[in-house]
Each structure stands twice: as C-alpha cells, then as structure tokens.
Write a protein that binds this ligand. Sequence first.
Ligand code: CP
Length: 331
Amino acid sequence: MSCACRSRASEHAARAQPQLNGNGELIHLLSVEGLPRAIVTQILDTAANFASVNDREVKKLPLLRGKSVFNLFFENSTRTRTTFEIAAKRLSADVLNLDIARSSASKGESLLDTIANLSAMAADLFVVRHGESGAPHLIARHVAPHVHVINAGDGRHAHPTQGLLDMYTIRHYKQDFSRLVVAIVGDVLHSRVARSDIHGLMTLGCAEVRVVGPRTLVPCDLAQMGVRVCHTLQEGLADADVVIMLRLQNERMSGALLPSSQEYFKCFGLTPEKLQRAKPDAIVMHPGPINRGVEIDSAVVDGRQSVILPQVGFGIAVRMAVMSIVAGNDA
Ligand code: CP
C-alpha cells in the first residue's frame, strides 16, 4: 500500500473509531459501542489490579504524576464526578473541577473555546459530562494528539465508565457472562447507562440480555440488536441472574409517557415479592441516583441481594483503569 493510501486508511479508521489509535489502542473513551472485547477485558483486568489500592494505608500510585485532569460536568453528578476525582488523585494527577455554573460558559463561551482555553493551561485529560449527545466526540476531534477525552455521560447516548463498572460488578459476583441472564428494567428510552450496559454485555458474550419496561419507555430498535424485550416484570425477571434497575428520567421526558409514578411503581417497581421471580442468588444493581418507592422499594435497595453500594465503589478502580490506559497510549 502506498503512503497516501495508508494515510487515507488511517484517517478513515480514526473517523470510524475515534477512541482508538492506529494500533487499535484506547486513546479516548467515548462509548462502549465499538470497543473490541480485548480492550473491555483489559480495562476490567486493570481495574481488578487497582482494586486493592483502596485497601492500602497510602492509597496512591504514581501513574499520572505530573498530569492535569480537568473534570467538566455540564450536568449534575454525585457518583461519577466524585469517583473520577478520587481515581485521578489515587493516580497522583493534579485535578481541577471546573465549576460550570460559575464559569464563562454562562457568558456564552462555546464548548470548544472553553476546551481551547483549558488546553492552553496544559490539560492532559478531560473528563466530560454534557447534556448533548456527542459533545465528548466533538471535543476529542479538536484536542491535541497528546490530550485524552473520557465521556462521563452525554445526553441519552452513552455513559461508558458506568457501563464498564457495571460489567466489573457483574464479573465480580457472577464471573462467567456466557451463562447469565441480565434484565435491565425501567426507563430504557432515556438511559445512556442502559445503552452502554447493553453494548458491554453483548461484547462480553452475555447469554441473554433483556430490557423490561412499558412500551413508551423502551426503544423499538433493541430487538434487532438481539435484546429480548419484555413488557411485564413477571416475564422480564423470570430466572434472571442480574437485575439492573433504572431511574425514571423525568427531566428528559418531553411528554406524558406514563400515567403516574404510583402506577409505574405498581407495574415496574421492584419489590421483594417481585424479585422472587429472579434466581435466588440474583444480584440487584442500580447506577443511581435511586428514587425509592418509584422504581425500587427500600427493602430491595437495602436488602441482601443489593450490590448497589459496592457497585459505586468499583467505579474508582474502573475509572483509574480507564485514565491510566488512555494516558499510556499516544494518538
Ligand atoms: N450513575 C451516575 O451517573 O450517577 P451520577 O449522576 O451521580 O454521577
């Protein structure tokens, strides 16, 4: 192949999969969709190695020493922003949390101008949450080759580190994906977590992925992806190994998609009685924030099958893994 053809081929590959470099290594994390299984496994294995750092007296590794990580959260967050900050600090990076509400974005500065100015301050890694799907992709296309971008949730599109920490949690408790039935329950339509989870489960060879919810909250294209769509909890939870509950995202709903939250809870809220449809050793997960009494009963949140709080904790090791991997690869 001539030099010109090789360069056109690598440009095409970069456009098709901008999160990988020409060697197929991870340089940005923008979505779980399209990530090769080997990279998903690399992230989960690296996170497993980092998990013990949390138990040390000195919880530090020098892998990002001298690097500057900028957290840019244009939407609110408790778990993701905090665990990214902890993860970056555990890797010895300097961390800056831009207060978006007090930033010059409120004076009309564009996203790309904000990024250009922060890049001038020698940023090495941007962690970005944004209400617009595709915002992290846009940033990744405009930063210098040595700068890395991690999507911390964009619109309804993707929440890849949540998807990966969910895969880590499932692997931690259940090991072999090829034998698992995983039910994702609730407002799938507005959930970037559901999308990232589905891609992660498919990539790791999960035996059966089900989504469960009212017709108004389940996108119609999922069956084509090989996902089983169920419109009753009774069907959706039958013999499930893993139950992932989702929050009703009222802030993303433009019309009346549900009669009422009481009606929703009656049909799709997870109670201890309904959970008995799943396997006796099924685990219950939730990305948070939880709305107790809307999508899940308190007795389940705090019950023996809930792994919701360990799931949050695993986010630190998974985000350490993602940051250390992208920072170790050049564009
Ligand atoms: N799971 C999740 O994204 O939670 P936060 O919105 O609190 O970050």
